[in-house]
Design a protein around this ligand. Structure first.
Ligand SMILES: *Cc1c(COP(=O)(O)O)cnc(C)c1O
Length: 485
């Protein structure tokens, strides 16, 4: 073992190696030196504690490996990716991409100062959401509107300001959990409102709500089950009936729409998604939805409703903690402007461009790209195949969207290894594993990315695939502190 230790190169020798000299061009010298030290310390520790004799990589390999750490460390995880998962609203991949004009609005506002909270006519302080509010009223028919950080924030704020200390009646079929940490019962508890569950998972009738209403009731809440569906023997009270019931008993109706369709989506192949305007028309008092699902805008939560409710929410102290910044407002306004015309939505909002790409177009591209991908060194086989995908992002789970994919198999190693190499590649490429193939789904790939997609696969060699395997072996991937530069 001491022999092995003696064969570990010195810090200075390593620093002289070409890969680490190159690394010093991106990271500063102190950071590189400390990374090398840390790496060698960890390596010594591993050699000493290993149960069996370990084979030391050559000094050149060690230098390469340390250099890769340093480069990886200088590259943020938050990077552009080609989304070939087929999931149009992929929360992990940032949900909706922004329309070019929305993007330009962000750049213009971010670059310098802007009239975020001041009225240009009077020079007086003004509501920061005034423009967006006007546009939302026009698009939906709502009386007033407000925008906060996201829909979870919108729900929390609405419940806290309108129902804290009182009861909110929710159907057992509507107690949703949305990816990760959002669970309606927990948000409700945090808001200070008391959840009063009624009905059963599959059936809740208007009478169930009626029987639960009492002096403690502040609101009836409906939640659009946007990320699951209860099928079969089911029944849920209609929104209009909830509104009638609410009016009769002087309690408000909160409608959490989740994805917020501003248009009838049947033409885009999506059926049964309630529109925001229909919820307003039914008379719901407060309506909640996300800005980065079917609106196709930036992350935010939109609250619509009667003026008295919106004013009350606006004045609630938590509002300040959840308010959105000027960049979000610029992006949202830019997106909402496009929603004034269905045609422009389809032509300019990326989500709708992708949704309306014809099957013929997808098939053509899949058949053209498959042989190019099959010819790549790291790929054993690539075929164009028709398939099915979903909208995703907590939206419309049962809503199947037809698509074309390129189904690939790696020349070496596992499917996971291939998927990982592609994610870490340049550009980063995300596919989805289905059975024994990695699918590169063109439903979510912009035509301008086709060449890049092939290039990303071409860059993978058998060595990169092997390297991924080596990287996951016990030798040596010690934790290091991030070089501070
Ligand atoms: C997505 C969703 C939420 C959470 O919205 P975020 O904008 O992600 O905070 C809440 N409720 C429903 C019904 C949803 O679909």
């Amino acid at each position: 073992m001491s022999n092995v230790l003696r064969n570990i190169p010195s810090v200075n020798d390593l620093l002289e190696s070409p890969p680490l000299r190159r690394a010093m061009e991106i990271a500063n010298r102190t950071a590189v030196v400390s990374t090398v030290r840390q790496f060698l310390d960890n390596l010594r520790h591993e050699v000493q504690t290993a149960a069996t004799e370990v084979d030391l990589p050559t000094p050149a390999e060690l230098a390469e490996r340390i250099a890769r750490w340093i480069t990886d460390d200088q590259t943020p995880n938050l990077r552009p990716v080609i989304n070939a998962t087929g999931i149009l609203l992929h929360t992990g991949l940032g949900r909706a991409p922004l329309a070019p004009s929305a993007l330009e609005a962000v750049v213009e506002i971010a670059r310098g100062y802007s009239a975020v909270e001041v009225d240009v006519d009077s020079g007086q302080r003004a509501q920061r959401v005034a423009d967006v509010e006007r546009m939302l009223r026009r698009l939906t028919g709502a009386e007033a509107a407000l925008v906060v950080n996201n829909n979870a924030g919108a729900t929390l704020l609405a419940l806290a300001s309108l129902a804290a200390g009182k009861e909110v009646i929710v159907s057992r079929g509507h107690l949703v959990e949305i990816g990760g940490s959002y669970r309606l019962p927990e948000v409700m508890e945090f808001s200070g409102a008391r959840l009063r569950e009624v009905g059963t998972t599959n059936k809740t009738r208007i009478d169930d709500y009626r029987r639960a209403i009492g002096p403690e009731t502040a609101a009836l809440m409906r939640v659009h089950t946007s990320n699951y569906a209860i099928v079969g023997f089911t029944e849920q009270a209609a929104l209009a009936d909830l509104v009638d019931l609410g009016r009769k008993h002087h309690v408000i109706v909160i409608d959490d729409l989740g994805s917020g369709a501003l248009h009838d989506l049947t033409e885009w192949g999506i059926k049964g998604e309630p529109t925001v305007a229909s919820s307003v028309h039914s008379g719901a008092d407060v309506i909640l939805f996300s800005g980065d699902k079917l609106v196709g805008g930036p992350q935010c939560g939109i609250i619509l409703g009667g003026k008295q409710h919106i004013d009350k929410i606006r004045k609630y102290p938590l509002m300040r903690a959840l308010r959105v910044d000027k960049l979000t407002l610029a992006a949202l306004y830019g997106t909402l402007q496009l929603h004034q015309s269905r045609e422009r939505v389809q032509q300019t909002i990326p989500l709708y461009e992708l949704l309306s790409t014809s099957m013929a177009n997808l098939q053509n591209r899949a058949e053209r790209l498959a042989p190019q991908i099959a010819a790549c060194a790291a790929i054993a086989e690539a075929r164009a195949v028709a398939g099915t995908t979903y909208l995703g992002g907590g939206s419309l789970p049962m809503q199947e969207i037809e698509t074309w994919c390129i189904a690939v198999r790696p020349a070496k190693g596992t499917l996971d290894g291939l998927a990982k190499s592609l994610r870490r590649g340049s550009p980063a490429l995300f596919g989805r594993i289905h059975k024994d193939r990695l699918l590169l789904d063109l439903r979510t790939v912009f035509p301008r990315q086709d060449l890049e997609l092939v290039e990303a696969v071409r860059r993978l060699t058998n060595e990169t695939l092997e390297q991924e395997m080596v990287d996951r072996s016990p030798m040596p991937e010690p934790d290091i502190e991030k070089p501070s530069s």
